[in-house]
Design a protein around this ligand. Sequence first.
Ligand code: ZN
Length: 309
Amino acid sequence: MIRLLLLGFLLLPASVQGYSLSPQQIAPGVYMFEGATEHFTRDNKGDIANTGFIVGEDGVLVFDTGPSRNYGQSMRLAIATVTDKPVVAVYVSHHHPDHFLGNQAFGDVPIHALEHTIETIRRDGDAVTDSLYRLVGTPMAGTEPVEPGELVTLGRQTVAGRDIELIAAGGHGGDGHADLMLLDHASGVLFAGDLVFHERAPTTPNAELGQWHDALDRIEELDFRVLVPGHGPPARGPEPVQQTRDYLRWLEEHLHEAAAAGLDAAEVMYLDLPDRFQHMGVLEQEYRRSVAHLYPDIERATLRDVREP
Ligand SMILES: [Zn+2]
């Protein structure tokens, strides 16, 4: 029996439930796993967000854990191909399921997050997990939402021998401090979470657009050399910040104009979108979701202004 168990263990494939992640080195000691610039599907196994890790002198720091337990386990196998140092800290950028449902694979490690993230996962974790099971199917097997156990300490600090800065902002994940970023000072790599999208249309289910713009301004002032967006390819400059800002500004203006013209949501959803955004992944899908999220409030405010000039 013991031999059988041992054999089972040795025969475990290097990939887990179809996930076979390979680390992409973006700076000395800093790696990322790049997700598809798509929406959740059975084909992409929910692997649509970027995650990453930093190898310090005394251990490994992980930023975001992906969409499922199996993805998290695949991350750990991939990390072990780079270093035999233990994972000593996990940071979760925000509460959306593509970023935290791999937490289960890091049950032996302190998982840090902002209070907003911890509370929202506690409240909505089961519901968002159910919706991913519906969209992604079997690769999600065994996945359960795990709430981060540690409130993150913000600011500049040394963790596992690495000089890092943990920065709170908001606008994408919700109101207030809902989005966490990690800046690694030695390499200049900034893990920006979903405050920044690149070549992929931003998602807005909890967006506070004013705060999001403030966060983008702050990011541009940070001293980073490599930017890892929450979705899309990494960049060696601020273009992804500019792209995200351009899209969000356009979206807001466009929805206000549509409301002023008296269009209803169904009409707005099928308007033509500007050429300059056509290269972005999932543009039409995300735009339509954004109309559903944002238009009702904009429409109400516009009508109120018309009735009570
Ligand atoms: Zn995301």
